[in-house]
Design a protein around this ligand. Structure first.
Ligand code: ADP
Length: 228
């Protein structure tokens, strides 16, 4: 808990001061009727609040996971539609010139999984791909099904992960030595790992420092399992 409090106070400070400074600037620009600058700062407030919400959600998820209070609720998902929604929801986070390129080959119309958990997992991986890549770098998402499984890959051409840090990636609070001043708590991947364990799936990655990273996700497709 001490660690949580120290992370929270540290990670909350940056977005909170951005909100405060943008709010005062909006007031000044409003007096001078500078509309472009006003919208820029409104956007900054929105993304700072998104960041704060993200951190709080991570804290809550981890709390629930640790107490064993997360139930898997399987439902029928249309994978194409599901990924379109994820893409739509993430588009506001992209840096300038970044693109989310999705290439999915499903030979079934529906898959069965827990959409809330799956969304949360993909959000985490994609937002990392965005955060740890420069402007103009593409992010590729590929997926396919087969053999009672669904596979997702999230690939970026970002900063990569130094070899010596790779073994700690799923540890709670761990941040790689090259994470620099990118905002983060080191909780996201730990949460992802726990969710994937709950789904009975697996997650791995390969990364080259300075070149990019690819995460491989495999989860069971309960439809096919049931048919067996
Ligand atoms: P956070 O991003 O909040 O720090 P995560 O648990 O999501 O926490 O990730 C842990 C660490 O792993 C990050 O701090 C970063 O150093 C590294 N990391 C995660 N995803 C990537 C990626 N796609 N490219 C490079 N480094 C990454």
């Amino acid at each position: 808990k001490t660690k949580f409090v120290s992370i929270a106070s540290h990670e909350f400070r940056t977005p909170l001061s951005a909100v405060l400074s943008s709010a005062s600037l909006i007031k000044q620009y409003n007096d001078r009727r500078e509309h472009d600058k006003i919208s820029k700062h409104v956007q900054r407030i929105k993304s700072s609040v998104d960041q704060l919400t993200g951190i709080l959600n991570d804290f809550l998820s981890l709390g629930k996971l640790e107490e064993g209070k997360v139930d898997v609720v399987n439902e029928v998902i249309n994978p194409t539609q599901f990924l379109e929604e994820v893409k739509e929801e993430m588009s506001g986070m992209l840096k300038s010139g970044q693109q989310l390129l999705i290439d999915c080959k499903f030979d079934v119309a529906d898959i069965v999984s827990d959409s809330r958990i799956l969304r949360n997992v993909l959000f985490n991986l994609i937002s990392n791909a965005i955060k740890y890549s420069e402007v103009d770098k593409p992010i590729y998402i590929t997926c396919q099904n087969g053999d009672g499984k669904i596979m997702f890959n999230v690939k970026d051409e970002g900063i990569g992960i130094p070899d010596e840090d790779q073994k700690h990636m799923f540890d709670r609070f761990f941040r790689a030595s090259n994470s620099g001043n990118v905002q983060g708590t080191g909780l996201g991947l730990n949460i992802v790992k726990r969710y994937i364990d709950l789904l009975g799936g697996s997650i791995s990655f390969s990364s080259e420092y300075g070149k990019g990273t690819i995460f491989y996700l495999i989860i069971p497709n309960t439809t096919n399992e049931n048919k067996k």
